[in-house]
Design a protein around this ligand. Structure first.
Ligand code: ATP
Length: 458
């Protein structure tokens, strides 16, 4: 009986999650956050386009990453490496060799195996069985994770290159350039945000697994010392989790998961994922990896260029070890929206709102004249709108009644709605309504900029 009840509960939860996911996907399309890629041509599997609100929110996520990883630190520098790289980079990193054979992919966790490595496939099947899961594998396919492109304009003479499969390598191949040009001392980090492309066999789950996506990364170079490197590893693990929490992911929806030994890349000395619980279940949003000296040693070997570091203090030369934090902008986007999605009963039925952190919200405020046909209200509201517009991403809204405008702004996560009414004309105060509490307060219009700045940067 207990088991039946538990299984019913599980089914109910799954149903609820699927419904919530559908609602989120539908809201995202309807309100201009995310559109399916090339939709009028029937789409292109594994691609998504960010609409007018989506691009604002995505840029806000990137700004927050950059702020915490570059502006608030003294031990990191930024980089924006090219998407197209010399194909030898991918030989050195192991990407071309590892993906040239027929592979099968586990349909549950998407791990891929050489089709002829039956023992590994069996061991993997066992692993899932222990968790009560039954994995199926895709048919073997000649499969290369890297997306190919032809560089050059003469047919038949094109050079085969790859759209980068990860942004990581751009940092490592520039390690020497950064060191020589910015006089950094170890420990220091290179931070990047940029597009990556993968021939995923099974793209899906909305933005979670696409073929074109964006990554945000830190490659942090440390002394090749067990204790020191582990200290940094743990430090970065906590720092990155803190970033998600501060931007709104609730405490009980975030956890760490250590990679099992057979999941880890052979060179990884430690590997953990930051996972977030959403209607998709617990899923990886970011990996924290201790990569040892694998990257720099391989690039030294394949390029023939010495990529070591001379430590002035200890008078030693060594190849630094790397601690990597590698997250997905699109996955973060999906999880921030999913975690912010709220439905609350109210007097008109259900109020749907996105409880986004004000720094992530596409619009920081909406400005309304109380009535859309009274010139004196419109003129005053326009003035306020024009004053704030230069400093904040705000929106003008005068369609429908106030209730409808609130609903519209709630649904896209606008944290504040500013209404200009007859009192404004008399004493210069406006109503500011808070999205989450729905409380209203009156504020002098001259104090609005300071008010918003305080809320948006808190
Ligand atoms: P997964 O196991 O889910 O395929 P991964 O471990 O291969 O991910 P990494 O190579 O470590 O991922 O990439 C770092 C981050 O890049 C991931 O944590 C994820 O946020 C993002 N990412 C990777 N692949 C995709 C994808 N196909 N679509 C969207 N984001 C992705």
């Amino acid at each position: 009986m207990g088991r039946v009840a538990a299984s019913c509960r599980k089914k109910c939860m799954e149903h609820q999650n699927a419904t919530n996911m559908e609602k989120i996907v539908s809201l995202a399309k309807r309100r201009g956050f995310i559109f399916p890629g090339s939709e009028i041509y029937g789409g292109l599997s594994g691609t998504w386009d960010y609409g007018p609100l989506g691009v604002e929110m995505k840029n806000n996520i990137k700004k927050e990453f950059w702020r915490s990883m570059i502006y608030q630190r003294t031990d990191t520098v930024g980089l924006d490496a090219a998407i197209l790289m010399n194909p030898k980079v991918w030989e050195a990193s192991g990407h071309t060799a590892a993906f040239a054979d027929p592979l099968v992919e586990c349909k549950i966790c998407h791990e891929r195996f050489r089709a002829d490595h039956q023992d590994e496939i069996e061991a993997h099947r066992e692993l899932h069985k222990k968790k009560g899961e039954k994995p199926e594998f895709t048919e073997p396919r000649q499969f290369n994770l890297l997306v190919e492109a032809g560089l050059g304009s003469v047919e038949g003479e094109k050079m085969k290159v790859y759209l980068r499969g990860e942004i990581t390598q751009g940092a490592h191949v520039n390690f020497k350039n950064v060191l020589d040009s910015s006089w950094r001392k170890i420990p220091f980090g290179i931070v990047q945000i940029g597009k990556a492309f993968r021939n995923e066999i099974t793209p899906g789950n909305f933005l979670f697994r696409s073929r074109e996506f964006e990554q945000m990364e830190l490659q942090y170079y440390v002394k090749p010392d067990e204790n020191e490197s582990l200290r940094w590893f743990n430090y970065w693990k906590e720092e990155r989790a803190k970033w998600y929490r501060e931007l709104g992911i609730s405490e009980d929806h975030l956890r760490f998961r250590e990679h099992a030994p057979d999941e880890r890349a052979h060179y990884a000395r430690a590997a953990w994922d930051i996972e977030i619980d959403s209607p998709l279940g617990w899923k990886e949003v970011e990996g924290i990896h201790h990569r040892g000296d694998w990257d720099l040693s391989r690039h030294s070997k394949y390029s023939g260029v010495d990529i070591s570091y001379y430590d002035e203090e200890t008078k030693e030369r060594y190849v630094p070890w790397v601690i990597e934090t590698s997250g997905g902008i699109d996955r973060a986007f999906l999880f921030f929206i999913a975690d912010a999605y709220r439905e609350e009963p109210d007097k008109d039925g259900v109020r749907t709102f996105l409880k986004l952190h004000p720094r992530l919200a596409p619009y920081k405020a909406a400005v309304f004249p109380l009535l859309a046909n009274k010139t004196e209200l419109i003129d005053r509201a326009r003035k306020i709108y024009e004053t704030l517009r230069g400093s904040f991403m705000i929106v003008w809204d005068d369609i429908g009644n106030i209730g409808k405008r609130y609903r519209r702004q709630d649904e896209i996560g606008t944290p504040f709605c500013i209404t200009i009414d007859y009192e404004t004309l008399e004493d210069g105060t406006v109503t500011v309504r808070d999205r989450d509490s729905m409380k209203q307060e009156r504020i002098k219009d001259s104090e609005l900029a300071a008010y918003l700045l305080d809320k948006v940067s808190s």
